[in-house]
Design a protein around this ligand. Structure first.
Ligand code: ADP
Ligand code: MG
Length: 690
């Protein structure tokens, strides 16, 4: 039977319906799918060592003749051993297989086999445990750089490798080349056939590197082509012309804006008056004063007869923003309303009709702002605060609420995203960076303490309060399912109990409040409001206070179980203090003795630079923390590694931008396949491309 990329795996010998199902779990249906199922690592099984010369510190191949018939012994229920004795010219190796009784039949006395595994040396003896093996001369799983694939139960690596071997042998001819020849030459990229073959079965490590480089480039190139197209289209999109005078607005502020704030506002003013739809990201570390910049946008939109929607990631933050906006903009005649999931019934109905009638100018809320049934009279600007939870797809959905003319979009982010990720998540946005803090801030001093210092830490809390300050104490978040974000630990009861203990036993003389994510919005608001007004000394909370909460009198942030948080998240939390004129502190409490955990936390003590911390976080924990559970709405990458492939990303992105500038719709014949790939990659957000 001639094989092709369309051949169903279940049509291959050795793959029945049962295996077919398991392979489907890995997303593999055809040989073409298998070709795209890439190894996660490789084992160097090329060289065959004499026992005496076998390296001790890594697995390798040895060739030995089996000297005796293998013996099975049953140690206890569920544990059996097969012992195999092998010899070569330099020694004897005793090989033990656990719970693999079939080995007794599979290995014959007097025959030669290649064993791949770690060779241990004990005096004159050599030992191996559970090696991979095959008869000498087979050369299927030894004598090569062996790919190791992501697997699932019931699918062995040998089976998978057998499939990829077939795919590589029979499906590479005529494989279409996505990358135009000129581009390949310019960026020194190998052909697709070479790359596909060598990513599975590399001739050597150099060939592997060449193959990988091409595939990473291709992946990032397709992605950034898509992003460049998005940006291009947005830029071409007509936008409502709005005039906004920064000086006039500044008069409404209780403080003179910083240079960075002024620049960001000027950027926005220029976008608004350009006649094209604004798509701008304002990125600035916690406390850099992004709220005032957002307020400028809202003010300008309303002054020009449009409505503005300001979206926050949590109800708590939405409530706070509503208060701030009301205080700032109501004197200028802006009518502000708050819409969250907990606004219900008659109140909600009234609010919705006011919005639809244009009697509300600025509505602040959570994603409820864009749920069905919410209609705007003249939505002219959408502002999203803390946007790393809010990616390309969501922004696309928002744009639709605007009617014929898409609304301007302004995204605020305090999460210093490593530059690589920023290029991808925000690849379709213009960026204003706020690199300046309001005057009079002193950097937050950060300390790492163990359990032995708990009493002293409590003493420090009392001291801060006695000086008139307020204190946050944060415990790791309670997840929907009741578990911690990363593994088992205390449950909600324990967090509540801890707050109770602080209130009753540790700080009986202080006013202690408590918020967590499962409280009713109303209750949370009451507690937060009380803390804000200075009616509480200590606020115990889960990470619901993570983003944006602003209480300038708070000078101490204590974080319990600090090792459970990502560095960037800790940095965010720390940003809750040091917002006023008081010297501020952050105390990270950990019982962890692990050196890497403590190392990580020390990095936080050493710097207040959010970007540096973000880079470190990316290096240590990968991009998952930044992306959340795919909430960015961007396609999953298969080959590229955000931490390691930054240089290549830049190169691919520049190439993509140049190509899209020359051929915005990818209409040229040479770009036909590329265009198809871009669409495939973005198929989850296909609406963006229509
Ligand atoms: P971000 O959202 O960037 O983390 P905020 O907008 O919440 O920061 O501002 C943090 C604090 O700094 C607030 O209390 C705000 O009133 C104050 N602030 C903002 N801009 C200035 C400024 N130019 N001068 C003085 N204080 C400012
Ligand atoms: Mg903010």
């Amino acid at each position: 039977m001639p094989l092709s990329r369309e051949t169903a795996l279940t049509d291959l010998p050795g793959v029945g319906p049962a295996r077919g199902k398991k392979l489907e779990k890995l997303g593999l249906r055809t040989l073409g799918d298998v070709l795209n199922h890439l190894p996660q690592r490789y084992e160097d099984r090329r060289e065959c060592y004499a026992l005496r010369d076998a390296p001790q510190d890594r697995p390798c191949c040895v060739c030995a003749v089996v000297a005796e018939t293998p013996r099975v012994s049953y140690i206890r229920r569920g544990l059996s051993l097969v012992k195999v004795k092998g010899v070569d010219e330099t020694g004897t190796v005793h090989i033990t297989f656990f719970n693999q009784d079939y080995i007794r039949e599979a290995v014959r006395r007097g025959e030669s086999y290649i064993f791949f595994g770690t060779v241990e040396r004990q005096g004159n003896l050599f030992l191996m445990t559970n090696p991979v093996f095959e008869r000498e001369g087979t050369a299927r799983t030894t004598g090569l750089i062996m790919p190791v694939y992501p697997l699932t139960a019931g699918i062995s690596n040998n089976l998978m490798a057998g499939l990829t071997r077939r795919a590589a042998d029979s499906c590479l001819d005529g494989l279409p080349e996505i990358l135009p020849a000129g581009l390949r030459r310019e960026h020194k990229l190998c052909q697709t056939q070479f790359a596909r073959k060598n990513i599975h079965y590399p001739d050597d490590y150099e060939a592997l590197a060449i193959a990988r480089r091409r595939l990473v480039f291709e992946e990032l190139f397709v992605l950034t082509c898509g992003l460049a197209q998005l940006k291009d289209r947005r830029a071409a999109g007509a936008g409502r012309v709005m005039e906004g005078d920064v000086e006039k607005f500044a008069a409404l502020l209780p403080f003179p804006p910083t240079g960075a704030q002024r620049r960001a506002m000027e950027d926005i003013a220029a976008d608004l008056r350009s006649g094209r739809a604004m798509n701008r990201l304002v990125q600035g570390d916690v406390g850099s004063g992004k709220t005032a910049v957002a307020a400028f946008g809202a003010w300008a939109a309303v002054k020009n007869g449009a409505q503005c929607a300001l979206m926050a990631p949590t109800e708590l933050l939405a409530e706070q923003h509503a208060r701030t906006m009301e205080a700032l903009l109501a004197p200028a005649g802006v009518r502000v309303a708050l819409l969250t999931g907990s606004v219900k019934g008659r109140e909600k109905k009234a609010l919705l009709s006011a919005l639809a009638a244009g009697e509300t100018d600025l509505v602040v809320g959570t994603h409820a702002l864009f749920s069905q049934g919410v209609e705007y009279h003249a939505l002219g600007l959408v502002i999203a605060d803390e946007q790393h939870r809010f990616g390309v797809a969501q922004r696309g959905a928002l744009a639709e609420k605007g009617g014929a003319v898409p609304p301007h979009i302004l995204v605020m982010s305090a999460t210093p995203i490593p530059r690589t990720l920023a290029l991808i998540i925000y690849g379709d946005l213009d960026v204003s960076v706020m690199d300046e803090l309001p005057p009079g801030r002193t950097p937050v001093d950060t300390f790492l303490v163990g359990e032995d210092k708990r009493a002293r830490m409590y003493g420090f809390v009392r001291k801060q309060v006695s000086e008139g300050r307020q204190v946050y104490i944060v415990c790791p978040a309670v997840e929907e399912n009741g578990g911690w974000e990363d593994g088992p630990g205390m449950d909600l009861k324990a967090v509540t109990a801890y707050a109770g203990e602080l209130r009753e036993r540790v700080f009986p003389e202080l006013r202690v409040g408590f918020v967590h994510g499962r409280m009713k919005a109303r209750e949370k608001e009451d507690v937060m409001g009380a803390f804000h007004r200075g009616e509480l000394d200590v606020l115990v909370s889960t990470t619901v206070i993570e983003v944006g909460v602003d209480v300038p009198n708070a000078s101490l942030m204590v974080i319990e179980n600090a090792e459970r948080f990502g560095l960037s998240q800790l940095h965010q939390l720390r940003g809750r203090v040091g917002r006023g004129k008081h010297k501020s502190y952050c105390v990270l409490v950990t019982a962890s003795r692990g050196e890497t955990a403590r190392e990580r936390l020390r990095a936080l003590c050493a710097t207040n630079d959010g970007f540096q911390i973000a880079e470190e976080d990316l290096r240590l924990r990968g991009p998952g923390d930044f992306f959340g559970k795919r909430q960015h709405g961007l396609p999953q990458l298969k080959v590229a590694d955000f931490a390691a492939d930054m240089e290549l990303l830049k190169e691919a992105r520049e190439a993509a931008q140049a190509l899209v500038a020359a051929d915005p719709e990818l209409k040229r014949p040479a770009h036909r396949l590329l265009r198809k790939k871009v669409r495939e990659l973005f198929q989850d957000n296909a609406e963006l491309f229509n």
